[in-house]
Design a protein around this ligand. Structure first.
Ligand code: SDX
Length: 431
């Protein structure tokens, strides 16, 4: 008998089954041989929200939630955030290795020269009401991109796939900036290929009458670090959506629009916007106790706290706090930071949060920095989607090339009505 296995006794039949253990998991399909009769379907696993289900093998991102560890392709996030640009990390996430100087130069050139969007996309943008939420614009416009690149459907043609990858990483920043400019009624500021990825994004966001926008280097660098921290996070809700939608072999633009829609939710990437609204609602340090009380009564969630995987301090939140100090040197400190710091101090000492292992996550401090940099709160989930695009695409490509993967189609436990006959209208009752 292999020691690396489970021996399961089905007490309904007394039969024993040996189930192999691989990578700390069992294949749920192996449970199907556990039956009470030959025509029995066999056992399934039941795991709502996949709290204990591995949907894939992956080589991209490693998280240890108890130790607060995050690595992209084996490199600790702290080292990448301290030494790389976002595009360098996007290359690593997609290709599996840090680029050589020549590879990075070629990569940067290709992304930079795909930042322009088809002029007709401006008609899509102009169709939105002036105060449309930029994340709604982002999702719709990324989806619209699929109609401009019909060849993107050739997902198993590697050269074609890589061209779409350049386009997506580059154009999501342009779409994000154009959505913002549409919202505030400013003319679109076109990409400037002389600038870095983040410098150009700041240019497209904030350029006004100057001939050439000069990004503040501290803010440009801060955005690089924030984008690195948001680039990937293994099988989170939106990545699971990207993989699930992509498993039908749809083009990557349509799949990414779906992933962005998942990210938009306040429990996920929409949390950074919700954190700012929460901190603004609390307003001052002296009002924090009443909110902590409401949390404990179960009628208020502390946005930016808690995580499905991290049961320790989110390592990204720790780095973001350091970035905040550098940004505030340039922009001036935001009073909401005092509220956030006091909220964190109280929560980390409070048994309610300690027992539930609720720590600040990536969204808790990022919004304060974005606000100080001049981004409106509605742009915060869009600022999450821009860098997460490289993670979504890397996970999508890994899924496509994984021989074990096929169209995602979970099972269910049916507890509805048994077979029954049609009821004519005259015999139906309101109940
Ligand atoms: C992101 O998955 C990822 O990797 C996501 C992400 C990424 O990079 O892709 O890291 C980005 O989405 C970060 C999370 C941003 N969301 C928020 O900050 C929203 C607030 N957080 C919660 O909604 C919650 O913590 C989740 C959604 C993040 C995690 O929820 P879980 O894992 O389903 O945990 P749970 O809801 O089962 O909570 C366990 C307990 C519950 O209490 P009891 O029922 O046991 O009494 O903790 C409580 C929850 O009520 N709880 C909170 C809380 N989060 C959980 N109580 C108050 N405030 C909170 N924020």
């Amino acid at each position: 008998m292999s020691s690396n296995s489970l021996t399961i006794t089905d007490n309904r039949t007394g039969k024993q089954y040996e189930i192999p253990i691989e990578n700390g998991t069992i294949r749920t399909m192996d449970l199907r041989k556990i039956k009470v009769a030959d025509d029995d379907f066999g056992l399934m696993g039941y795991d709502p929200a996949f709290t204990n289900t591995a949907s894939t093998k992956s080589n991209i991102t490693f998280i240890d939630g108890d130790k607060g560890i995050l690595r992209y392709r084996g490199y600790p996030i702290e080292q990448l955030a301290g030494k790389c640009t976002y595009l360098e990390v996007a290359y690593l996430i997609l290709h599996g290795e840090l680029p050589t100087e020549a590879q990075l130069k070629n990569w940067n050139w290709n992304i930079t020269h795909h930042t322009f969007i088809n002029e007709n996309i401006k008609k899509v943008l102009d169709g939105f009401h002036y105060d449309a939420h930029p994340m709604g614009i982002f999702i719709s416009t990324v989806s619209a991109l699929s109609t401009f690149y019909p060849d993107a459907k050739n997902i198993f043609d590697a050269e074609n796939r890589h061209k779409q990858i350049y386009r997506l990483i580059a154009k999501v920043a342009t779409i994000a900036a154009f959505a913002y400019r549409h919202r505030i009624g400013l003319p679109y500021a076109y990409p400037d290929n002389d600038l870095s990825f983040t410098g150009n994004f700041l240019n497209m966001m904030f350029k006004t009458s100057e001939l050439k926008y000069q990004p503040n280097p501290v803010l440009e660098r801060a955005l690089d670090v924030l984008f690195i921290l948001h680039a990937d996070h293994e099988q989170n809700c939106s990545t699971n959506s990207m993989r699930g939608i992509g498993s039908s072999h749809v083009d990557p633009y349509s799949a990414l629009a779906g992933a962005a829609a998942a990210l938009y939710g306040p429990l996920h990437g929409g949390a950074n916007e919700a954190v700012l609204r929460m901190l603004s609602e609390i307003g001052t340090v002296d009002r924090i106790p009443e909110y902590i009380k409401r949390v404990k009564e179960g009628n208020f969630k502390l946005m930016g706290f808690g995580h499905r995987v991290y049961k320790n301090y989110d390592p990204r939140a720790r780095i973001i706090k350091q970035v905040a100090d550098e940004v505030f040197e340039v922009t001036g400190k935001d009073k909401l930071l005092d509220v956030a710091l006091e909220l964190e101090r109280i929560a980390l000492d409070d048994e309610y949060f300690v027992k539930r292992k609720l720590y600040p996550n990536v969204d808790f401090y990022s919004g304060i920095i974005y606000k100080a940099m001049g981004f409106p709160v509605e742009m915060f989930p869009v600022l999450f989607a821009i860098p997460r695009t490289s993670g979504w695409i890397a996970q999508w490509e890994e899924m496509l090339l994984d021989p074990e993967q096929k169209i995602a189609r979970p099972r269910q436990v049916y507890l509805g009505s048994d077979e029954r006959d049609f009821v004519p209208m005259e015999n139906r009752n309101p109940s």
